[in-house]
Ligand binder design. Structure first.
Ligand code: 7RM
Length: 648
């Protein structure tokens, strides 16, 4: 019997030190920042806050820590929109491009910092005219159009908190979130483009609005040109409000702890949690991480994060981090395979993107489509790649490195959560030697530690990832539910934040994320992480993507069930694949059953929903499916499971 929290099965030894060419231009090439951060993390973050942001009033206390509640830069005042827009324009950079926006049908817009400032100021006035005041909540339910960023920044400018809901979540999810936040205004669109068609948003919003008593006004952006009902007195076209709004709206200084936004994340059980983020600490950490993790040179880089604004990655690394740093970014509205599988690479070529940040789910999809797609385009502008959202399997890392990075771009694998607000564990690309599949080390100023079941330090092997001290962009709580906040994150290990992720340390002290601990499989007493078995499957040349779950088994407690997507045009037998896993990591991790499938159930942000796969494997009715990106996928898997049960 294994006595470890989580077993350590996989060994990955390839190493990629930063190249001399990369180092020559890199912002950080040594360990100085780490020394700073470790010596005194509060002082370190205070230096970053002063260096990266413009404050209208100084703080008197760096961090007030009443476990589990923290306040950062207490007494300080600043305005987020001022830091993201006005100060760049005032410094003479008004003509610099903030966003190159690419619509799915092929239309495009170029928006400078000066234009974005004018648009945000006007919309802030429009919100004021609808009665929005400091401290109110505003819901945003939009496609990936520039107005999403405008709406967020307009809220920040006047001190209203936004709550963005993925365009594409159901009307029920939307009304639940509006009601929990008691939002006064909803900002939506007639529709948006996805896979070559217009998806209607306003009709979904209308359905939600039947049970949202707090909403006084609805603002509708015209994008899809699909017909919509407008309720007189309540609903307003965005362009009508903007036509009469003044572009003059001074940015009012906000308290450092003013609520900036709520973002709902579905916990493992029960209703979604409204994660609270505030102003000064949040902006400090997202600006710091965006600058140093992506080695940002704002004068020359073209940065593209492919996330949706409905995900925290869109908040921190499309809107707030890049704009605080004066970056030029690309935003794309649609799916990666419209009109063809090379759409993203044509966008990289068109805008000469130099920094590209995406999710492992997307990378594995590109693998499935094959290396021919990126090979059709000139990707020589790329100099740095990033990954976020799930553990990146070593083979997916290698594919990304070779086919997108053409062997000469560092990859920053960034671990963080909605709750952490900003990146926590990641390489610094000019200083860190990379290992494919490892997020490497905690960033300067961050305390991360792996512990065992008793909360004792683990220095080698598997365990639970915890955070040992507060950080500026940490969540300030769960909206209206402080007890749930304490229970969910601060009760498992005393005095520490528990992230809910498994993690292991190798001999060199590198951190390897192992997936959610709720997904860890227990096979004959061995605690096996989903990530390691999935990585072993993906290391087979025919496999593009894999998901494994533990299903009840009378002899072994749980048995490993695998769902596998093959690379385009390739095949492999079930027995061969089982043996491959045995060879890579050991017989104990051999899947009992392997299902070949064209697709996997995922959330809107691309995370595999293993809970649903467990339901399928154990023949149960599906639990909550509201956050599923495409509901058909599980129906199809259920059909396969009932038709072809394969046995050892
Ligand atoms: C940014 C984001 C958080 C969960 C987190 C992990 C997983 C995210 C990585 C990762 C391994 C990574 N926020 N996760 N990034 N696992 N390596 N680089 O994803 O709130 O939506 O999800 O995502 O399990 O706890 S999130």
């Amino acid at each position: 019997m294994a006595d470890k929290a989580i077993d350590d099965l996989m060994l990955e030894n390839r190493k990629f030190p930063p190249s001399d060419a990369f180092k020559r231009r890199a912002l950080i090439t040594d360990t100085g920042l780490y020394d700073d951060g470790n010596a005194d993390y509060e002082g370190f973050w205070a230096r970053q806050a002063a260096d990266l942001l413009t404050w209208s009033k100084d703080w008197h206390t760096i961090c007030e820590w009443n476990l589990p509640f923290s306040k950062w830069f207490v007494g300080g005042e600043l305005n987020v929109a001022y830091n993201c827009l006005d100060r760049h324009v005032l410094a003479g950079r008004g003509d610099k491009v903030a966003f190159y926006w690419e619509g799915e049908p092929g239309d495009s817009r170029v928006i400078t910092y000066a234009e974005l400032l004018a648009e945000v100021s006007k919309f802030a006035n429009a919100l004021k005219s609808l009665g929005v005041r400091k401290g109110d909540r505003v819901n945003i339910y939009l496609p990936m159009i520039p107005e999403a960023a405008v709406a967020m920044l307009a809220c920040a400018r006047i001190g209203a908190a936004h709550s963005v809901v993925f365009g594409g979540f159901s009307s029920q999810s939307l009304s639940d979130r509006i009601n929990d936040a008691e939002a006064k205004v909803l900002i939506t669109a007639d529709g948006g483009y996805r896979r070559g068609e217009v998806f209607a948003l306003k009709p979904q919003a209308d359905e939600a609005l039947q049970s949202t008593p707090s909403i006084e006004s609805v603002v509708v952006v015209r994008r899809g040109n699909n017909p919509v009902d407008m309720q007189a007195g309540r609903d307003h076209w965005y362009h009508d409000l903007m036509a009469s709004a003044s572009p003059d709206c001074p940015a009012e200084p906000m308290d450092s702890e003013q609520l900036l936004f709520l973002l709902y994340t579905s916990g493992t059980t029960g209703k979604p949690k409204g994660i609270m983020h505030t102003t000064g600490g949040y902006l400090t950490q997202v600006a710091f991480t965006h600058k140093y993790v992506f080695d940002l040179h704002p004068e020359t880089d073209i940065y593209w994060c492919t996330a949706d604004v409905g995900w925290v990655t869109g908040h921190s690394y499309i809107v707030y981090g890049p704009l605080a740093n004066g970056a030029t970014s690309v935003i794309y509205e649609g799916v990666p395979n419209y009109p063809a599988n090379d759409r993203l690479w044509s966008i990289v070529e068109k805008y000469k993107v130099s920094i590209f940040y995406t999710a492992p789910t997307a990378i594995r999809t590109f693998m499935k489509w094959g290396g021919e797609e990126p090979a059709k385009h000139d990707l020589s502008s790329l100099r740095l790649l990033g990954s976020v959202g799930e553990p990146i399997n070593p083979e997916a890392w290698m594919w990304y490195h070779e086919h997108i990075g053409r062997g000469n771009c560092p990859i920053v694998d960034t671990w963080w959560q909605t709750e952490t607000g900003g990146i926590m564990i990641s390489p610094l690309p000019g200083a860190t030697t990379l290992k494919p599949g490892s997020a490497t080390f905690a960033l300067p100023g961050i305390g991360a530690e792996v512990v065992d079941d008793e909360g004792k330090h683990v220095s080698r092997g598997g365990g639970y990832l915890t955070l040992t001290h507060p950080w500026p962009s940490m969540l300030r709580g769960i909206w209206k539910d402080p007890d749930r906040y304490r229970d969910a994150y601060w009760s498992r290990f005393e005095g520490r934040y528990f992230a809910g992720d498994g993690c292991k340390l190798d001999d060199d002290g590198y951190l390897w994320l192992l997936g959610r601990v709720d997904d860890v499989m227990n096979v004959s007493g061995h605690r096996i992480s989903t990530t390691e078995v999935e990585s072993a499957l993906v290391s087979h040349p025919s496999v593009a993507e894999a998901a494994v779950v533990g299903a009840n088994d009378p002899t072994t407690g749980q048995a490993i069930i695998a769902y596998v997507i093959l690379r385009s045009g390739l095949e492999v037998g079930e027995g061969d694949l089982r043996n491959h896993v045995a060879k890579e990591i050991g017989a104990i991790a051999k899947p009992k059953t392997i299902y070949f499938t064209p697709d996997l159930p995922k959330t809107r942000s691309g995370k595999i929903m293993r809970r649903l796969l467990r339901d399928v494997a154990e023949g149960r009715n599906l639990g909550d499916t509201t956050t599923l990106a495409d509901a058909n996928v599980v129906n199809e898997l259920q059909k396969r499971a009932s038709e072809a049960p394969s046995e050892d």
